[in-house]
Design a protein around this ligand. Structure first.
Ligand SMILES: Cc1cc2nc3c(=O)[nH]c(=O)nc-3n(C[C@H](O)[C@H](O)[C@H](O)COP(=O)(O)OP(=O)(O)OC[C@H]3O[C@@H](n4cnc5c(N)ncnc54)[C@H](O)[C@@H]3O)c2cc1C
Length: 434
């Protein structure tokens, strides 16, 4: 690869894969691109593929359909190519399995010849004309005029758990790949979101053997459902994203906190199944000793005979202690600047949280030439709102980035139907209309 690329994508998760698939869908893209990922092959969050886990998003919000329904890389095309379209419809799944969605993503990845796996980026530099991608495996750097950062987010580890990370205290993100045996152990799951629910349910089902005791601890005041109602879903529209984008920072922070359950709650079906399992298991005496503890703030963790967790109960303000042999952290993810950006860091404009400052077009602001662009995906929760780290607007964002890069509307991204007036600039438009 000697001629500089127009676009180098770093990371091939769903978000950059969507950009690659749309570029490949367009007949005359004129954008010479390649995408690089550390993994040996495409694999979507394999470490969280527990039995029965389901997508929290409609399968129609796939890599391409929202902006290019005619693309050969849609989920419907995947079903048709695999001869399962009618059975898929007949199954009337409440939500599709993450395993099948992972198959779809891998099927798309397998058809694109500009994805390069086993290529972990070690450093990203700029030589005055091009970005230079230096890979951990060595070899000549790859030059690119523009880049798109898509390397996901690192797991969040509560500071008091950091010293204990190891075989008996770990983040849930890799749990499905561990040789875990919980027989005879006291297990604590920390975190009351969807991942926490999935891990706790697998423990209840004895997926890793029968634990001696199980505890599920959440900071949230209850085990709360994902809000999937229509007006909550309005927040996952381009119109809302546009309305959110130029709000003052304090309003954004407040709004994001308000909207947490539209993206971070537990699927209502999972909650119901879990509650029913708890009820029947308890009534029939089939469960190990267990406790569910919402509204608890983890204050400290100590090494004792196993671990001792100190919790503050936010309902009554009292301190509680839990003994554990195994602590599973379903504590979410951080927004963090990837280490490979270190050579560029002095040129990057950072926001108040020390993160990339993104403009409306998902471009990271930097002091380098305007003719060289740094786009970033999964980096704009604060700038663009709760939809940004989710798949709902994935293909719309990909199309917006491609249009911006190409300097022309290769994909139609304009929306023409407003059901909610999120903001009004100028006089009342209805008053003018009458
Ligand atoms: C378990 C789980 C379930 C989820 N389910 C849903 C859902 O149902 N609906 C929804 O809308 N959202 C969901 N999300 C949120 C979000 O859609 C996913 O996290 C999604 O995978 C984000 O895509 P991404 O491309 O940004 O990052 P990732 O999928 O994390 O991919 C990043 C890629 O970058 C690569 N990489 C990292 N560092 C380097 C490097 N230095 N060099 C090269 N490559 C590198 C990694 O190998 C990886 O392949 C889920 C998240 C998780 C964790």
């Amino acid at each position: 690869m000697t001629a500089p690329l127009d676009l180098a994508g770093i990371g091939v998760g769903p978000f950059n894969l969507s950009i690659a698939a749309l570029l490949a869908s367009h007949r005359q893209p004129g954008i010479n691109s390649a995408f690089f990922d550390a993994k040996p092959q495409f694999d979507w969050h394999p470490g969280m593929l527990l039995p029965g886990v389901r997508l929290q998003t409609s399968f129609l919000k796939d890599l391409v359909t929202g902006v290019a329904p005619q693309s050969p890389y849609s989920f419907l095309q995947f079903l048709v190519s695999h001869g399962r379209f009618y059975q898929f419809l007949a199954a009337e799944l409440p939500a599709i399995s993450r395993a099948e969605y992972g198959q779809y993503l891998a099927w798309v990845a397998g058809q694109l010849d500009n994805l390069h796996f086993g290529q972990e980026l070690a450093a990203l530099d700029f030589d005055g004309r091009h970005f230079q991608l230096h890979f951990k495996a060595g070899g000549p750097p790859v030059a690119a005029r523009h880049i798109c950062l898509g390397t996901g987010k690192p797991p969040h580890i509560p500071p008091c758990c950091q010293p204990f990370l190891g075989d008996n205290c770990f983040h849930a993100i890799g749990i499905a790949r561990r040789q875990l045996d919980v027989r005879g152990k006291r297990v604590v799951v920390l975190g009351g979101g969807q991942s926490g629910a999935e891990v706790f349910e697998a423990l209840l089902d004895g997926h890793w053997g029968q634990a001696k005791a199980l505890h599920w601890v959440s900071r949230r005041s209850n085990f709360a459902p994902l809000d999937e109602t229509p007006f909550a879903n309005e927040v996952f529209t381009p119109q809302y994203m546009a309305a959110f984008f130029d709000l003052p920072d304090a309003t954004k922070a407040r709004t994001l906190a308000d909207q947490k359950l539209a993206s971070d709650g537990i699927s209502p079906d999972s909650l119901k199944a879990l509650y029913q399992k708890l009820y029947e298991g308890k009534v029939l005496g089939q469960l190990p000793p267990l406790s569910l503890r919402p509204g608890r703030h983890l204050q400290a963790m100590h090494q004792g005979q196993g671990y001792r967790l100190v919790l503050e109960n936010q309902l009554d303000g009292k301190t509680e202690e839990l003994e554990a042999d195994l602590v599973i952290l379903a504590t979410g993810f951080n927004q963090a600047l990837p280490a490979y950006l270190a050579p560029l860091q002095h040129k990057l404009v950072l926001d108040a949280q020390g993160q990339l400052s993104l403009d409306r077009h998902f471009q990271a602001r930097w002091t380098g030439p305007e003719t060289n662009r740094i786009y970033a995906v999964n980096a704009g929760r604060f700038s663009h709102g709760i939809a940004e780290p989710q798949m709902s607007l994935m293909c719309w964002r990909s199309a917006s980035i491609i249009n911006h890069l190409a300097g022309q509307p290769l994909f139609a991204t304009d929306q023409k139907l407003d059901l909610v007036n999120w903001r009004q600039d100028g006089p009342d438009p209805l008053a003018l209309a009458v």
